[in-house]
Design a protein around this ligand. Sequence first.
Ligand code: NAP
Length: 247
Amino acid sequence: MSLDGRTCLVTGASRGIGRGIAEELGEANATVAVNYRSSEAKAHEVCERIEDAGGEAVPAQADVSDKAAVEEMYGTVRDEIGPVDVLVNNAGITVDRKFENMTREDWDRVVGVNLGGVFNCTKVCFDDLKRAEEGRLINISSVVGQAGNYGQANYATTKSGLFGFTRTIALELANEGSTANCVAPGFVRTDMLEDVPERVQERILDRIPLGRFAEVEDVVSMVSFLAKERSGYMTGQILGVNGGMEW
Ligand code: NAP
């Protein structure tokens, strides 16, 4: 179940879920490009951890919402480690506000990163994913894209947007034997959840049948499965990892 010889680009891999994914893929012997926006020291730490475990990793700075920056990052990654076999579109942000208070700027910021970033990164890697022996596109959505969530009209819209994107790209990659899938986690213990006020966290917890928030590892194991050869007959799927909140 190794990813020996596979090259992976994980966006937003300096912290949280992306970090967990990058480390797991590195542990499975993939060569990993660790994208980050501003947490340079943390991204270098992730690379060191992968290398200490015998893997290979390179830091890859770019704000994914910036098309030119992503093109430059991709050029560097390709020079350093070669074409991308597995792209994990994980980078994402929230700017939460009730819709009546949400500004167009709040909307554009979230759309720019969560959908614009996915466009930019998939665009630069698309030929690689087609040419790869069983390329893999894995998009990280959210249960909020399935169910909606109070104060997250912008975020929910971007996360359900990924469903249509994933299904369409799955069709466009299928002739080449490459796949595109979407993982929709529930609420996961990361900095993003830390930003949610405690009383709101308690209300969310009441809605989770399994009675706990997800750990990063719960999501990582699904992504790791999708990245590997054994997921080869699955494409265009939305996979919930949400403690039973939604299906
Ligand atoms: P997080 O802890 O806030 O980490 C976000 C990561 O994304 C960081 O590495 C950050 O880099 C990077 N990032 C943010 N904006 C970026 C940009 N413009 N360009 C490049 N990188 C950027 O988030 P998380 O909780 O791990 O979430 C990861 C993904 O899972 C997101 O797509 C999120 O929507 C989704 N998700 C999260 C949860 C949850 O409860 N946590 C639930 C469902 C889905 P820097 O460190 O450099 O800022």
